[in-house]
Design a binder for this molecule. Structure first.
Ligand code: ZN
Length: 287
């Protein structure tokens, strides 16, 4: 699945898609509460109100660079809270290669934030050691985000993720710390979208008069367009996260900006349209 934004292409590589079981992420999104939001069916929810969510990476190809955004959960990881996220043996790297992104060819790896489902393939297990998956890439980490998780890594749930998926990249000398408004190249720029985590960023794409935005986890599911006050339990600062979400939806509404969701299932991308006091995601291009 891929999209063109001017001279930039974005390709989705899926690691995992699930139906239901999202209550631990969005506790307000009960089946009864989801069912009235009818435009979510069939792509983002089923008729019984169960949400579809996905974990995927987005591959960006600009005229000069190959960029991997949010490299998912990874294989062989241990000590993850969600049982199915441990000891995975998925075909992610094969899928990447099929999309024209061999490990050696990747120029930049970018994590919108340092949660477990956004950093996994930063590293791979080689002879019992965690090594950077992309040996010729620069890995861009937000300075604020990195410093926060470095402090937090004494926390039992955060430590394994930092140790197996972030630290080895620094040890190998492949990491660059950047600010939340960092410009990567002519077509790509970070923009701060704080709250889900302290240094969370989204990615603006602009090329040949066309625009796109990779959300990161400012919204975990399109139902939050209809219900911006529905909060995600992993939000570090829920008030700030909600304010960011409302500001971004308002700014994106009725704009020709293709919004690419980091956990949006199925079609994954669309345009923000007004719907009463809130919004909906139009996934078909206008005729
Ligand atoms: Zn996430």
């Amino acid at each position: 699945m891929h999209w063109n934004i001017g001279e930039v292409t974005v390709t989705k590589v899926l690691e995992l898609e699930v139906l239901g079981g999202s209550r631990f992420v969005l506790p307000d999104a009960t089946r009864e509460a989801v069912m009235p939001i009818q435009w979510l069916v069939p792509h983002f929810a089923d008729a019984e109100g169960r949400l579809r969510m996905s974990i995927h990476a987005l591959l960006i190809r600009t005229p000069k660079l190959k960029v991997v955004v949010d490299p998912c959960l990874g294989n062989d990881k241990k000590d993850r809270r969600v049982p199915g996220w441990n000891e995975r043996q998925g075909p992610f790297l094969k899928d990447l290669e099929q999309a024209g992104f061999s490990r050696e060819s990747v120029d930049i790896v970018l994590c919108t934030h340092l949660h477990v489902d956004h950093v996994g393939w930063n590293t791979m297990l080689v002879d019992g050691q965690w090594q950077p998956t992309f040996p010729n890439a620069r890995y861009l980490f937000g300075r604020v985000e990195y410093e926060y998780w470095k402090e937090q890594h004494i926390r039992e749930d955060a430590r394994p993720v930092f140790e197996d998926s972030v630290r080895p990249v620094f040890d190998a000398g492949l990491a660059d710390l950047v600010e939340t408004d960092h410009r990567i190249c002519d077509e790509l720029r970070l923009t701060p979208s704080l709250g889900h985590t302290p240094g969370h960023v989204s990615i603006e794409i602009a090329s040949a008069g066309q625009r796109g935005l990779i959300t990161g986890d400012i919204a975990h599911h399109p139902c939050q367009l209809a219900r911006p006050h529905w909060r995600a339990s992993p939000d570090c600062d829920p008030d700030q996260a909600e304010a960011t979400r409302r500001r971004m939806f308002r700014d994106l509404c009725n704009q020709p900006v293709l919004v690419l969701g980091t956990h949006f299932a199925g079609p994954t991308a669309g345009w923000v349209e007004p719907d009463g006091e809130a919004y909906w995601l139009r996934t078909e291009a206008k005729q």
